[in-house]
Design a protein around this ligand. Structure first.
Ligand code: SAH
Ligand code: SF4
Ligand code: F3S
Length: 447
């Protein structure tokens, strides 16, 4: 068909950074097949959805998105539509049955089969690949054509924690760590392509261990820290139950590891933490925070909180509010509890009214906005190192970069600063960003 000469792909990505990482790899593999990426689905000959199933709303988005593509396929019969990611894993064959205009379905562990799936779909084959299992790693290094300054690198896949509300262990399979050698090769390849900052990804990076040498996550950070030409390292997510002293020491001691940690608490109530199967108490969580801040005083802490878990009382919820006041997070993601398939929590009694969940979420977010703003205002006067990304989103003549703690800082400066490290003095803290003034270059921060 003539239209296949126009190989244009639109990739729609939902969900977490693991999906964002996988989508980049998909784009890389499709580029090797001659597919150019387009921003609009209606300009594409191939549409790939990379889906998320963590909350019901995320899953619903997938159905409404694919539903809308029916019309497009009627206009363009050669259009190929594939669904990947966590909803694909969860639903498998059922998606093909329910959505007749869908061509293929593939789970997170079948990402590298995408080229074959596309080729076979063009030949008319409809199929679902949803086998979970080794290898953990992509196995093959795919560097995007223009990766930019910052990139993600998956160090482990899957999760074995089975928090009672969470679908991830079911849709991502068992926890598997990528060999350190492969991770280091990927980081080096990214650096050669211009990347200066990497974020190491996993659902629970603290339990990383190299399948060959047994190297732990702190050890891995040490090795990544040695990669020449790399300036900055971040990582996510850390599970509070596994945050060991080794990782804290690594963060304090390794110059390239940034002072930022996402340490999701999920709740401030011991009763809820137990029901959630999180494996720590509020007291132990606070102790972890104290140990971390003792060694890394400037660390910016982030968290996830779920409101309205089954059985959550007003007192339990107050405990989450008081946890926020006690820890004073820099950033917070908060969610209303949502029933997920396979999970233990979906089968327990005491589900809360939507209204209660909504009002608790509003209250929690209002408190966090207040705390976040105060924390940002307290940064005024500090001298910070920024990795300059480019022009600021708002404000003419302003450039934007990120501090070591991961805060966005806007300052007045020229576009030639993009891609370099500069020093600024913070002048003002706002809710979502900081303002700073550029300090004279010393040269010592250039690579
Ligand atoms: N591995 C990470 C988080 C992965 S999912 C960790 O353990 O922290 C991202 C966030 O989604 C979770 O931290 C949790 O706050 C939220 N989440 C997961 N399942 C949920 C559910 N069923 N309802 C509401 N929020 C949920
Ligand atoms: Fe889900 Fe818990 Fe695993 Fe995070 S640690 S992905 S919340 S099961
Ligand atoms: Fe969503 Fe799957 Fe990530 S369920 S949060 S995309 S691991």
């Amino acid at each position: 068909m003539a239209s296949h000469n126009h190989k244009r792909v639109h990739i729609a990505t939902f969900g977490c950074q693991m999906n964002a990482y996988d989508s980049k790899r998909m784009a890389g593999m499709l580029a090797e097949m001659g597919y150019a990426q387009v921003q609009r689905p209606d300009a594409a000959d191939l549409i790939v959805l990379n889906t998320c199933s963590v909350r019901r709303l995320a899953e619903e988005k997938v159905y409404s998105y694919v539903g809308e593509l029916k019309r497009l396929k009627r206009e363009k019969p050669w259009l190929i539509i594939g669904v990947g990611g966590c909803v694909a894993q969860q639903e498998g064959d059922k998606l093909l049955k329910r959505l007749p205009h869908l061509d293929f379905v593939f789970g997170p562990d079948a990402v590298t089969s995408l080229p074959e799936l596309v080729t076979e779909a063009i030949q008319g084959k409809r199929q679902a690949l949803t086998k979970l299992g080794p290898p953990a790693g992509p196995g093959r290094i795919i560097v995007p054509a223009e990766p930019g300054l910052r990139a993600m690198v998956t160090v482990m896949t899957g999760c074995d924690n089975f928090c009672s509300y969470c679908v991830v262990p079911y849709v991502r399979g068992r926890e598997r760590s990528r060999p350190a050698g492969e991770i280091l090769d990927e980081v080096a390849a990214l650096v050669a392509a211009g990347v200066r900052e990497v974020t190491l990804l996993g659902q629970n990076v603290n339990s990383y261990h190299d399948p060959d040498s047994g190297l732990d996550f702190a050890g891995l950070l040490g090795r990544v820290n040695d990669v020449e030409g790399l300036w900055r390292i971040r990582f996510t997510t850390s599970h509070p139950k596994d945050l060991g002293q080794g990782l804290i020491e690594a963060m304090a001691g390794l110059n390239k590891v940034m002072e930022q940690m996402h340490l999701p608490a999920q709740s401030g109530s011991n009763r809820m933490l137990k029901a959630m199967n999180r494996g720590y108490t509020r007291e132990r969580y606070l102790e972890q925070v104290r140990r971390l801040r003792e060694k890394v005083p400037q660390v910016a802490l982030g968290s996830d909180i779920i409101v309205g878990f089954p059985g959550e009382t007003a007192e339990d919820f107050d405990q989450s509010l008081s946890l926020l006041r006690e820890v004073r997070y820099d950033f917070l993601y908060s969610f209303k509890y949502s029933d997920r398939p396979f999970t233990k929590a979906s089968r327990i009694e005491g589900k809360l009214e939507e209204e209660t969940k909504s009002s608790r979420l509003v209250e929690l977010q209002a408190l966090q906005r207040e705390i976040g703003l105060q924390e940002h205002q307290a940064q005024a006067g500090r001298v910070e190192e920024l990795l300059v990304e480019g022009p600021a989103k708002h404000g003419r003549g302003l450039m934007s970069g990120r501090s070591r703690a991961g805060r966005v800082v806007n300052f007045s400066g020229g576009p030639e600063l993009a891609g370099s490290l500069v020093m600024v003095r913070i002048t003002l803290g706002r809710e979502n960003s900081l303002a700073g003034e550029l300090l004279p270059a010393t040269g010592e921060y250039k690579a």
